[in-house]
Design a protein around this ligand. Structure first.
Ligand code: GSH
Length: 245
């Protein structure tokens, strides 16, 4: 199978959603890191559509938006670890969890990555390690990106009524744990788009202190390890083909 090409930012929760889905399904992908200033690496996109990551290319198809991308790969590769439950009620729940990841979890995560100046500096260091850019460009992109994200995080916290970013994340995780209950996966007996969306988004904070808080929750930690095991078992990453930006 030809690899998917994923245009991404390393610390973007929506891009991590796509990586989690591709890995659980056993689809090879190559990453192209996009410079947030100018985003020149992006392929041609239809006029009037947002120039945001993730974007996936597969053959002639270019797909934007993580939810549309997950639908596309599900449609294109239905037999590889199906992520959409056949049961309509379970499917609705899986989609509901995915929508919560997009609208709530992915919004709150930057606030614990970049919320304080200390966290923003740490974020610049983490992304610097994973970058394909040259040294000077890397420094500018990462430090500048962290600065902007720090401002954005302050706005997100304000928009959500203020308060502590880590408490906001805890409230969102409570919601997920309620959905999960004592089950292995969030929408029925098998892994679904709900699980890969939440798992992918949480992967974003793996190198940050907030991750330890997630892992203090036994049921959540067990679920995280369960989905991780599927990603690890099925992953086919075409790392050699990762293109420098
Ligand atoms: N609804 C989109 C959201 C994508 C999104 O917000 N991406 C951010 C990065 S996390 C982005 O590309 N921002 C760049 C910009 O707005 O200029 C999805 O699910 O893919």
């Amino acid at each position: 199978m030809q690899a998917l090409t994923l245009y991404q930012f390393e610390l973007c929760p929506f891009c991590h959603k796509v990586k989690a889905a591709a890995e659980v399904k056993g689809l090879a992908y190559q990453k192209v890191e996009v410079n947030p200033y100018g985003k020149k690496e992006l392929p041609e996109l239809p006029e009037g559509t947002p120039r945001k990551v993730p974007v996936v290319q597969y053959g002639e198809r270019t797909v934007q938006d993580s939810t549309a991308i997950l639908d596309f790969i599900e449609e294109r590769f239905p037999d590889k670890t199906p992520l959409l439950p056949k049961d309509q009620q379970l499917q609705r729940k899986a989609r509901e969890v995915e929508a919560w990841v997009d609208d709530d979890l992915a919004q709150v995560l930057p606030t614990v990555i970049y919320g304080t100046w200390g966290e923003a500096v740490k974020a610049a260091q983490v992304t610097a390690r994973t970058s394909n850019f040259g040294m000077l460009q890397n420094l500018m992109v990462r430090a500048g990106g962290s600065l902007i994200m720090h401002q954005i995080s302050k706005r997100i916290v304000k928009r959500r009524g203020g308060g502590d970013a880590h408490e906001m994340l805890a409230a969102e995780l409570d919601k997920f744990e309620n959905w999960l209950g004592d089950d292995d996966f969030v929408a029925g007996p098998s892994v679904s788009i709900g699980d890969v969306s939440a798992h992918g988004a949480l992967t974003c904070i793996k190198d940050f202190p907030a991750y330890a808080k997630v892992m203090e929750r036994p049921r959540l930690a067990a679920w995280y390890a369960r989905v991780q095991a599927l990603r690890d078992a099925n992953r086919v990453v075409d790392r050699a083909a990762d293109r420098a930006a």
